[in-house]
Design a protein around this ligand. Structure first.
Ligand code: XMP
Length: 517
């Protein structure tokens, strides 16, 4: 297994995902962690990530010096290479020549790391690689025992190696897909140089987790709040595989779900897989609690609190349950660790439906704690969950509650559900669903005038929203084809009685959030 020391690069998680894709387990620790934590993890190799700081200043982070005395291979990427250089006696300089974006590097000596890996061959017989650079500083003097293994126009020393100690440094980023041979370079490091085996596959992960869960819970009973979202669904399937009937899921139907969503969740889990699911029909309670409330933050609070209240009531009925399972995944763990150490730069503050009940006496079971979203999805497929469920767009905890502007009413929710279902159905039909990151309809409680046949209509408005994004922190509105939007608009107006106008949201995030409330 591989340890990644994080110096704050936006790409650190990407390094981890690439290593896992190669089939090798890895974890991320902050660069200022205790050396004992590093030794305790017993890595076969260590990767030092990039970072936003400069090693030319004294008060910026360094790797624990003992990292270089553990006898394991080390790969420094960007800032990681620079700090390795500086810590081992070389020199790094700030350069006025910033290099950002595509660059071509020449691979030099026959280093173990880059040998035989190239995109093109130069006329003189050098291997050329197309890579992604992002740096201001550069290495100007090698530490003792090191050789140069790559150079570019902007960085005469773009790669370094100490072949006996198996220390390597790369100025470019092998973890981003713009570096075309990036995965091969990382594979070379973790498989050939560190000697790891590619055992981290969906099959093995499931087998290991099943054993771990059985060992942990024994014959105890476990409860899980099932929402129908990817994470809780995969937890349900995994726990069902591990402990069968010892698992009880509580599915709260808030009345703010999408068309037929509640029935689909029950069909998949209860009927098809034989999971014990208690469905709580709470629509009436939600509508009453939300009556007369128009403020978005207040709505969110009411919806979240009511969920905890209902979940608590159900949990109390299962008095012998000892464990509460949750769909926490690795990015959540990293984010909250970062939040504690003050390192995370971007923290999402959305509180999810499924928040922990207060004064809880149950022990926490989080079988996906070590997994990235793409791994969770692979597990879901392997465990037999339907493809559409595993690859469904994200749906916010408060559900349609934040897609009906202002006060929530049942007839608004019903109109919205129908319009949303038409939009999504057409996206699937035109093979556009997977091209956008998230798409949905929003209900606007304003009336506008229309004519239909000979009659005048005075009906509500639906806004369509579709965005493309990687991280949901920023997003661009999806440039859906006009004829497609035309079709969806006509279908909604013709088929959903009560809607006479459809608009398309062309706002980017920032400043407009993805949801309307
Ligand atoms: P915004 O609207 O903040 O949304 O641009 C970014 C992403 O987060 C989702 N979202 C939520 N998810 N609970 C959730 O679990 C929430 O309260 C919540 N609010 C927004 C939103 O759907 C989008 O994917």
């Amino acid at each position: 297994k591989i340890l990644i020391l994080d110096f704050g690069s936006q790409y650190t998680q990407l390094i981890a995902r690439r290593i896992r894709e190669i089939g090798v387990y890895c974890e991320i620790l902050s660069c200022d962690c205790e050396i004992d934590d590093i030794i305790g993890f017993a890595p076969n190799g260590i990767i030092l990530s990039g970072g936003p700081e400069t090693v030319t200043s004294d008060d910026t982070p360094r790797a624990p010096q003992r990292v270089f005395a553990l006898g394991v291979p080390v790969l420094g990427i960007c800032y990681g290479m620079q700090t390795m250089t500086e810590q081992l006696g070389g020199r790094v300089e700030s350069s006025s020549h910033r290099e950002f974006g595509y660059a071509q590097i020449r691979a030099h000596a026959h280093s173990k790391l880059l040998k035989g890996i190239e995109d093109h061959t130069s006329p003189e017989g050098f291997g050329l690689l197309d890579v992604w650079m992002s740096h201001g500083d550069r290495v100007v003097e090698l530490p003792e025992g090191f050789i140069r293994i790559a150079s570019s126009d902007g960085a005469p020393i773009a790669g370094i190696a100490h072949e006996e100690k198996l220390f390597y440094g790369l100025q470019f980023h092998p973890e981003v897909t713009h570096t075309r041979q990036g995965s091969r370079i990382l594979s070379r490091f973790v498989l050939d140089i560190c000697g790891c085996e590619a055992l981290w596959t969906a099959d093995n992960i499931i087998e290991d987790s099943v054993h771990a869960v059985r060992r942990k819970v024994g014959s105890d009973r476990v409860i899980l709040g099932l929402s129908g979202g990817v994470d809780s669904s995969v937890v349900a399937a995994l726990l069902h595989e591990a402990i069968g009937d010892q698992l009880t899921c509580v599915f709260v139907d808030t009345g703010l779900l999408r068309l037929h969503e509640g029935d689909q969740v029950m069909a998949t889990f209860a009927e098809h897989m034989g999971v014990r699911v208690i469905r709580v029909d709470a629509e009436q309670r939600y509508l009453e609690a939300l009556q007369g409330v128009a403020d978005p933050e207040q709505k969110r609070k009411i919806i979240g609190n009511l969920f905890v209240e209902i979940f608590d009531e159900e949990a109390a009925k299962l008095a012998d349950a000892k464990w509460l399972a949750q769909g926490t995944i690795y990015p959540d763990v990293i984010e909250s660790a970062g939040a504690k150490s003050g390192k995370a730069h971007l923290i999402k503050s959305h509180h999810n439906v499924g928040g922990l009940p207060e004064n809880m006496t149950l022990k926490l079971l989080e079988p996906l704690r070590e997994l990235f979203k793409d791994e969770v999805r692979k597990l879901g497929l392997e465990l037999g969950l339907p493809y559409e469920m595993v690859f469904r767009h994200p749906f916010p905890g408060p559900g349609l509650g934040v897609r009906i502007l202002g006060e929530v009413k049942k007839d608004y929710a019903d109109l919205l559900r129908q319009a949303d279902a038409i939009f999504i159905e057409e996206l699937y039909r035109r093979q556009l669903y997977e091209k956008v990151s998230q798409a949905f309809a929003v209900f606007l409680p304003v009336k506008s005038v229309g004519v239909m046949g000979d009659g005048r209509r005075y009906d509500y408005v639906i806004a369509l929203r579709a965005v493309e994004t990687i991280d949901f922190m920023t997003a661009r509105w999806a440039h859906l084809p006009y004829d497609f939007l035309d079709l969806v608009s006509r279908r909604i107006i013709n088929e959903v009685s009560g809607i006479s106008r459809v608009t398309y949201d062309i706002s980017g995030k920032p400043p407009a959030t993805i949801e309307w409330e």
